[in-house]
Design a protein around this ligand. Structure first.
Ligand code: UDP
Length: 309
């Protein structure tokens, strides 16, 4: 297939390009490099990969046939969307509209990278795809959460109205090489601090939970969904739930750091708990994650070691 990936120079986007090329597909990668980085795709030179620097909130024009559009472009870390609130709303709304328009024009399939943030600060635990969520539309995270909720709605509208074969993957916390050291998310923040023997900043009392999935497991789930016979949203994430304090301590230990844990104020609307119910992915995709947390963290530490000076 010839597949368009928006956000191709991002963390997950670039891993997705690797996996698609590895399966013999051709890839056209789009990115405006707002939070993406060309270094993530530099190794793809010479492969069946074309890169177009483009902001997908503007009309997307691609020559030739396209079989699938994977819409991955968006700022995705809380500090990014606090700094880039308008861009975050625009890429989720206008960007998704344009990416769907491309899929319609090319009679291609479409997949939306959605997020566990559609569940907000969840009142149901673990989160099933049937849960409608508990999102504050006017809080600082609302720009991301509501953009993605809109993106899901317009994706289903294009499916119902135009018959496009659409997929929605709800991605839970994912980590691995090519995350930005300073993107503010827990895993890179703790690794950067631990590698520098600086204080490790746990927000709140550290009892809030997340469930971290290694990036290759996530990509494997996404590729299975691409071929699956469903248009319903599917959670992809690792159901192994840990507290933030626990992951901070694990990272300090794995790095062999002398860092101490310090406690900082909890950001507004920070979800209390998060864990995917992956029954649907298990049943429909025969998928489940296989990389254990410590194994994945060690691979990620190796990558970050090469990044800190
Ligand atoms: N967090 C933290 N210290 C940091 C960065 C994040 O304690 O330096 C906490 C954050 O408050 C949240 C959790 O780690 O409870 C996961 O945050 P992240 O930004 O990685 O992703 P989120 O799941 O909130 O989108």
């Amino acid at each position: 297939m010839r597949i368009v990936v928006t956000g191709a120079a991002g963390f997950i986007g670039s891993h997705l390009c690797d996996a698609l090329l590895g399966r013999g597909h051709g890839v056209v990668g789009l990115d405006n490099l707002l939070t993406g980085n060309l270094e993530n795709i530099a190794h793809l030179r010479g492969r069946d990969f074309d890169f177009i620097r483009h902001d997908v909130t503007r009309y997307i024009d691609i020559d030739g046939p396209v079989d699938f559009v994977l819409h991955w472009a968006s700022p995705a870390s809380p500090i990014d969307y606090l700094e880039l609130p308008i861009q975050t709303l625009k890429v989720g709304s206008l960007g998704t509209h344009n990416a769907l328009g491309l899929a319609l024009a090319k009679r291609a399939g479409f997949m939306l990278a959605s997020t566990s943030e559609v569940y907000g600060d969840p009142l149901e635990h673990p989160q099933k795809e049937t849960y409608w969520g508990n999102v504050n539309p006017i809080g600082p995270r609302g720009v991301y959460d509501e953009a993605k909720r809109f993106a899901e709605a317009i994706t289903l509208a294009y499916h119902r109205r135009h018959g496009i074969n659409t997929k929605i993957v709800r991605i839970f916390n994912t980590y691995g090489p090519r995350m930005r050291l300073r993107d503010g998310r827990a895993v890179p923040a703790f690794m950067s601090q631990a590698l520098h023997n600086e204080d490790v900043t746990v927000f709140g009392d550290g009892t809030q939970t997340r469930s971290f999935c290694y990036v290759t497991d996530l990509v494997d789930g996404v590729l299975r969904l691409l071929e699956a016979d469903t248009n319903d949203p599917v959670n992809i994430g690792n159901p192994h739930e840990v507290t933030i304090e626990e992951i901070a301590r694990t990272i300090v230990r794995l790095v062999g750091s002398t860092s101490h844990i310090v406690y900082r104020p909890l950001p507004v609307d920070d979800p209390r708990q998060r864990r995917p119910d992956i029954t649907r992915a298990r049943t429909l995709l025969k998928w489940e994650p296989s990389v254990d947390l410590e194994e994945g963290l060690l691979k990620t530490v190796d990558y970050f070691k090469g990044k800190v000076g």
